[in-house]
Design a protein around this ligand. Structure first.
Ligand SMILES: Nc1ncnc2c1ncn2[C@@H]1O[C@H](COP(=O)(O)OP(=O)(O)OP(=O)(O)O)[C@@H](O)[C@H]1O
Ligand SMILES: [Mg+2]
Length: 286
């Protein structure tokens, strides 16, 4: 199979800076008196894996929610490939941001392949009438959508379960299925919220290899994780959130060695984080 992930929707960067996929500037999100995200800026470039770490309640998921239109930032600006992002989640998905959720959100009574097809939906053009009467365009799009969904299931290693209901899949497979569904939107940026949460060590290793393979197709990725081995062996850059604010941002080595990070979050340095996709089962959740 050829590289199935290279976006067919977006060409080269039309307006942003060199290879900049996403630029979030001074994003703040307040819930009443609580500032969940406090003036956080983040730039993501083509082909990068950026890690977002921080203690529970630091604002990581809220930041993703702001990027993906699930929450409206109280202030700040987000541009995607040089264009300002606005509108709700559907519009932002269409613009090219795809995500997975900390708590898996699949359609439990739909099959694996159908769940991936749902992701395709934002790229199909069939109007309501054509869909209802199953016109030629609808039939063609349906065929293409199934084929694409199968390619993506193959890519994430789930071909064997394509006809099984999502709810019957083991936990690790459900997380992979969510990634396949996100990829089906032809994203320019993939946001993963704790992709290894609840996984056993073998599933975690497999997930790490999968994320690396996705990046190798050129897609930019931002990943929230509490598994520090995962973060430090995979990410080109790591940003640390504490109490809603960005404490620092740097290479895995810089962040790992920073005294404030060790104190605020890690507790102890992660020694010998592997670079070959092997992961231990260390979970540095606070
Ligand atoms: N819809 C909401 N209404 C009110 N408060 C919220 C809402 N969503 C999040 N919060 C609060 O914002 C803060 C940040 O939460 P968030 O879920 O973003 O943290 P997180 O860094 O993702 O944590 P975790 O690692 O536990 O997933 C928390 O104090 C949380 O209770
Ligand atoms: Mg979270």
């Amino acid at each position: 199979m050829s590289t199935p992930l290279v976006s067919r929707q977006r060409g080269p960067d039309p307006g942003g800076g060199a290879g900049e996929v996403l630029v979030a500037r001074d994003i703040t999100k307040k819930f009443g008196g609580l500032t969940a995200v406090n003036q956080v800026s983040l730039t993501v470039r083509d082909g990068e894996i950026v890690g977002l770490i921080g203690p529970n309640g630091a604002g990581k998921t809220t930041f993703f929610n702001c990027l993906t239109g699930m929450e409206t930032p109280t202030s700040g600006e987000i541009t995607f490939r040089g264009r300002r992002l606005s509108g709700g989640a559907d519009r932002i998905t269409k613009a090219g941001l795809a995500r997975t959720f900390q708590n898996i959100r699949l359609f439990p009574f739909m099959t694996a392949v159908e769940n991936v097809q749902v992701g395709r939906h934002c790229r199909t053009r069939t109007g309501v009438l054509s869909a209802v009467f199953r016109g030629p365009r609808h039939r063609r799009e349906e065929r293409e959508s199934i084929q694409r969904a199968r390619e993506l299931l193959d890519f994430v290693g789930l071909s064997r379960v394509e006809a099984e209901l999502a709810r019957s899949l083991p936990y690790g497979d459900q997380r992979r299925l969510e990634i396949a569904r996100a990829l089906a939107t032809d994203p320019g940026l993939l946001l993963l919220d704790e992709p290894t949460a609840g996984m056993n060590p073998q599933e975690t290793r497999d997930a790490m290899l999968l994320v690396r393979r996705i990046r190798d197709t050129g897609l930019a990725i931002v990943v929230i994780e509490h598994d520090m081995r995962f973060i430090f062996s995979l990410c080109d850059r790591v940003a640390v959130l504490v109490q809603g604010a960005k404490l620092l941002e740097g290479s895995a080595e810089q962040v790992q060695a920073d005294e404030r990070v060790i104190e605020a979050y890690l507790g102890a340095p992660v020694v010998g984080a592997p670079v070959d996709g092997a992961s231990g089962d260390a979970e540095t959740r606070s």
